[in-house]
Structure formats: structure tokens, C-alpha cells
Design a binder for this molecule. Structure first.
Ligand code: ARG
Length: 587
């Protein structure tokens, strides 16, 4: 079921071919002068060079052929040989009917599904999620939805940071505060208590304290290092305590992810990967991939043509300790062996670009993956008004749960001011406020290209005017209410006809969904989808203002407009769902 643009491509291609020219010259695009025509073909300019003839002459011959095709209402030449193409209303109506019937809203699934692992979220045990994790979560979730929609076999993995020095720091801090707990008694033979000795709040208080103490005091740091080594060597009390830290953190993290409507297939942690490291290191040494360098074990990953100095990949430090990058390399090995992915995506802060560059090069050198199979999907920071990564007024990192609470408070107030979302029981009103808040935060994050930094401005995110999540929810809810009223009045959708300019523009907007999905997918760029939903919502709003639906006297026109409204709602909801945004029934 080709889009209108693809149908223009095919027809213009055939016209070029009929002149003995390459059909590829017929490639069309969305016009940059939509006031003149929705589509344009610039192929005559390139064809002129190839054929050694004036572009205008070629354009005229192509245009003459296309004018005879009832698919087009108007074919015009502009400038040196641009061909402006306007499909006929009947062609628009036929395409709209296809879109209205199709549960995938005109986007065919990929012919070759791929096995894709998406690593995102990446929160750490005992630390609250902050806005960096929020961005990873929102962008990663949109990508997992988009890739699944395309037909890929996606496995998402949260890759929990549950290993390393911070665990030793916590253990030693707890040992100071509660030295009598059995976890620290080496003579204790168990069983250890089933209930955790700390809450999430305790952990969030203890960890920063431990980390600060280790910065100031080398003795404390050595203590924490020793505890980390003991934990990693399997000291039973430390393992038992660590298991509590992980369980308490996971419960809190799951609540945060639930609030965002985000799910992961795998909850693997760095600790799950740790046992694979010794054999991997031995193998890399044996194959000469890893070499000794000043007491450490490294993999040389720098290349001749590197524009900047990339330090070697550090496999093991001189004290034998594994690092963040060691774990990431072993994780690739684990994923290869358990999932055999075609593609690995890492949705992680752009500031970790060097880390991933080293990991990917090491993985290729080790033969675990090939170039191009591993992608770092980096993103910029969410900044405060001062242009620096956002901090709370107290100077701390903003916790995700607090951010969502702030957004929900603001959404509630906005809804109240606008006289919206006040029907129903308290529970429904709260649900509407939560949906508006989530849409506001997610859409604000996704609507910029992921690599750009943006400024945290809740007032703007939660506004019902402009390119915002709440505006789009309101657009969807308005159509839902129209369709509900139509049902109550016994009006049903019928065959689509297109006559008004606003109807034309709405069909053209609907038709652009496939191209938007393709680009968003190819560039791993959900902002392209955001642009599309906004264009669609605006096209609907103009249509709805200009073309009466329920008040329309002509029953067939009314039925056609209802069908257009229903098709718009389906696509709007589908596109929003790919962004991880859910619309309420009413507000
Ligand atoms: N836990 C890490 C952090 O907070 C992010 C993990 C990203 N994923 C990965 N495979 N390294 O920075």
C-alpha cells in the first residue's frame, strides 16, 4: 500500500523511463512550497546533465506525460525545471480510505526483522534516578516501541549498576552505623535475616555520605576497596547485605519506571556479568588481544586516523580490578551468546561517548561483534536556566520521583485553570493529571533531537498551547469526544471524499506517517515522530474548524468527515504510543 509520495515516485519514474532516462530521476519529495503543490520532483535537473539537454525541456516532456495521468490534478513546472505535483482529490480519498482501514495506519512492517538489544535506563543501586537516567529511559522506551512496531525482535535490558566500589562504600558505611548486624560477623553461620536492614531512604542517605567520606579520607577509601574485593570474592555476610541493597533498590526503581509506563525485558545487572570476566580475560590474553601495559591489562584500540587521542581500553587495573568498561565488554559477550543480536543500541548520555568508542572497538578486536553492529545512541543534558545540567534549588540532583510529582502538581493546576479534567471521581481526575504530566515531560524530552541540550521549563512543558504533550493529548481527547457524540447521535463513518483544502491537508498529513516512522527509525530519532504528530494535530484542528462534522447537513459528507476524524485519532494514538504517551478518554 504505497503512500502518495511513493505513488508520485513510481509515476514520475515511469515518465522518465519512457523518455529513455533513468527511472531514479523520478524520485519525489515533499514540496518546500506546500502553497504551490504538496510534492515536487527535481529529477529533470540531474537528468539534464546526464542527457546533455536543457532541464526545462526534459521537465516539460515529463510533465506532459504526468498531466495525462488522472492520479494528478495539477502538474506544473517552476524555475529551471522543478516539477510541482498535486494529486487529485480522488487519489487523496482512495489513500485516506486505505489508511482508515489499516490497523498499522499505513506503515508496513519491515521485510527483514532484526534481533535488537536496547540497553537503556541504566540506574544504579542505592542512588536515586536522576534526569540523565530519565532521558535514557524516555528515549530508550520510545526506540524500543518504534523498533517493535517496525517488526524487529527487541530485547530491552536495564543494565543495573549494582557492582563495583559503590557497593563496598555502602557496606562500610552500614558497618559504621550498625556494627552489630550479623552481616559483619565473620563467625556468623546464618541464616541471615530475611528483612532488609535498610530502606531506600536510608540507602539514599548513606550512599552520598559514604562516597563523600571516601573522597576526603584515604583510609575510608581503602576500607571500601577492601569491602568491594571481599564482596566480589563472595564473603557470605557481604553478599547477603548486598542482596538486600539490590532488592530494596529494584523495588524503588520499578515504581519509578511504572510511573513512566516503561518496561524492560531483562533486569540484568553488572553483577550478573561479573562471573564471566575471568574466562574472558584469559581468552583475550591467550589470543594476544589483551596485553600487559605498565602492570595493567589493556586492549589497544587507537587507530592511525583518529582525530583525538583515545586511551587504551583498560581490561584490568594493575591491582587486578575490573572496571566499568570490562563489564560492558563482557556484557557484549553475554548478549552475543544468549541473544545473538544483529544490532546493539546503547541509549546513554553523550558524555560517555569515549567509553563506548573504546568498548565497541575492543569488542570488534575481540571478535565479539562487527563494526556497525554496536551503536551508542547518545543524548544531551537537561539543563537549568543557567545552562548547566539541572540541579535542584538546594544544589542536588533532581530525583525522578520528585520531578514527576512537580509535573503532576503543575498539570493539575493547569487543568483546573483551563476547566479541563474536572469530571468523574477523584481517581479519574488524578489519572488525567498524571497522564498530562507524563506526556508533558516525555514530549518535551523527545521533541528536540536527542543530542541537543534543552532547558528544564515545566511551565512550558505543561502548557496546553504550542508544541507540547498536553496539546497533543487534548487534540486526541477532542476527537474521542467528537466520535462519542457521533455514536450517541447514531452517525456512523462512511466512504471518504475529499473536497475542501483542509480535508486535503489532513489526508496529506495522515499520509506522511510512514515516512516519519522510517526516518525516526533510521536515525534513531523520535523527534521526527514528534514533528509528525504535531503536524497531524494541527491539520486536524484546522480541518475541524473549517469543516463541520456533526452539524453537517449532507449525510455522506458527514460520514466522510467522521471517517477522517476516526482515522486521525487512530494514527494520533498510535504515534503517541510510539513515544510512550497515553491519552485519557476525556478531560
Ligand atoms: N549505570 C550507568 C550510569 O549511571 C549507565 C549504564 C549504561 N549502560 C551501559 N551498558 N554502560 O552512568
Amino acid at each position: 500500500m504505497p503512500s502518495l509520495l511513493e505513488q508520485c515516485d513510481a509515476r514520475a519514474g515511469a515518465a522518465f523511463a519512457a523518455l529513455g532516462l533513468d527511472a531514479g530521476f523520478g524520485r519525489c519529495g515533499v514540496s518546500n512550497r506546500p502553497d504551490l503543490a504538496p510534492f515536487q520532483c527535481n529529477g529533470a535537473l540531474a537528468a539534464a546533465k546526464a542527457a546533455g539537454r536543457p532541464p526545462r525541456a526534459i521537465a516539460e516532456e515529463v510533465a506532459e506525460k504526468l498531466s495525462a495521468d488522472p492520479f494528478f490534478a495539477k502538474v506544473e513546472i517552476a524555475g529551471p525545471g522543478f516539477i510541482n505535483l498535486s494529486p487529485a482529490d480522488a487519489a487523496l480519498a482512495a489513500r485516506a480510505a486505505e489508511l482508515a482501514r489499516d490497523s498499522r495506519c499505513g506503515v508496513a512492517p519491515a521485510a527483514t526483522p532484526r534481533k535488537v538489544v536496547i540497553d537503556f535506563g541504566g540506574p544504579n543501586v542505592a542512588k536515586p534516578m536522576h534526569v540523565g537516567h530519565l532521558r535514557s529511559t524516555i528515549i530508550g522506551d520510545s526506540l524500543q516501541r518504534l523498533f517493535r512496531f517496525r517488526g524487529d525482535d527487541v530485547t530491552s535490558d536495564v543494565h543495573l549498576g549494582d557492582w563495583g566500589l559503590q557497593m563496598g562504600q555502602l557496606i562500610t558505611e552500614v558497618a559504621r552505623v550498625m556494627p552489630d548486624l550479623p552481616y559483619f560477623d565473620e563467625g556468623f553461620t546464618g541464616p541471615y535475616p530475611a528483612d532488609p536492614p535498610v530502606t531506600m531512604d536510608d540507602l539514599q542517605m548513606l550512599y552520598p555520605r559514604a562516597s563523600a567520606a571516601c573522597k576526603d579520607d584515604p583510609v575510608r577509601l581503602e576500607e571500601a576497596r577492601q569491602a568491594t574485593r571481599d564482596l566480589q570474592a563472595g564473603r557470605p555476610g557481604y553478599r547477603a547485605l548486598w542482596t538486600h541493597f539490590v532488592a530494596v533498590s529494584k523495588a524503588a526503581l520499578k515504581a519509578d519506571f511504572d510511573a513512566l509506563g516503561v518496561q524492560f525485558d531483562l533486569w540484568k545487572g553488572e553483577a550478573d556479568i561479573d562471573p564471566l570476566i575471568p574466562a574472558m580475560v584469559e581468552d583475550l590474553k591467550a589470543r594476544g588481544v589483551a596485553v600487559h601495559d605498565q602492570g595493567a591489562l589493556v586492549i589497544h584500540v587507537a587507530r592511525e586516523d583518529d582525530k583525538r587521542d583515545l586511551p587504551p581500553f583498560l581490561l584490568l587495573k594493575s591491582d587486578g580490578a575490573a572496571l566499568y568498561e570490562t563489564t560492558d565488554l563482557a556484557t557484549i559477550l553475554d548478549r552475543r551468546d544468549t541473544l545473538a543480536p544483529d544490532l546493539y543500541l546503547y541509549v546513554v548520555d553523550a558524555r560517555q561517548a569515549d567509553h563506548f568508542e573504546k568498548v565497541f572497538r575492543a569488542a570488534v578486536r575481540a571478535g565479539y561483534a562487527s563494526d556497525g553492529q554496536l551503536e551508542h545512541i547518545g543524548f544531551g543534558t537537561m539543563n537549568g536556566p543557567d545552562g548547566k545540567p539541572f540541579k535542584t534549588r538546594a544544589g542536588g540532583v533532581l530525583k525522578l520521583a520528585d520531578l514527576l510529582r512537580m509535573a503532576t502538581d503543575k498539570a493539575r493546576a493547569r487543568l483546573m485553570e483551563a476547566g479541563l479534567g474536572q469530571q468523574g471521581e477523584e481517581a479519574e481526575r488524578e489519572d488525567v493529571a498524571a497522564k498530562v504530566a507524563a506526556a508533558a515531560v516525555k514530549f518535551a524530552d523527545l521533541s528536540n533531537h536527542r543530542t541537543t541540550n534543552y532547558v528544564f521549563d515545566l511551565d512550558r512543558f505543561v502548557a496546553f498551547e504550542g508544541k507540547t504533550g498536553p496539546y497533543l493529548l487534548y487534540a486526541a481527547v477532542r476527537i474521542k469526544s467528537l466520535l462519542r457524540k457521533a455514536r450517541e447521535a447514531g452517525a456512523t463513518p462512511g466512504p471518504i471524499t475529499v473536497a475542501a483544502a483542509e480535508e486535503r491537508d489532513l489526508v496529506l498529513a495522515l499520509d506522511g506517517f510512514g515516512e516519519a516512522c522510517r526516518q525516526a527509525y533510521d536515525k534513531r530519532a523520535p523527534n521526527v515522530l514528534c514533528d509528525h504528530v504535531f503536524v497531524l494535530a494541527q491539520a486536524f484542528s484546522k480541518f475541524y474548524a473549517a469543516c463541520p462534522v456533526l452539524p453537517e447537513k449532507d449525510a455522506s459528507v458527514r460520514a466522510s468527515r467522521l471517517a477522517l476524524a476516526a482515522a486521525t485519532l487512530s494514527q494520533l494514538e498510535l504515534a503517541l504510543s510510539l513515544l510512550g504517551v497515553a491519552a485519557p478518554e476525556r478531560m
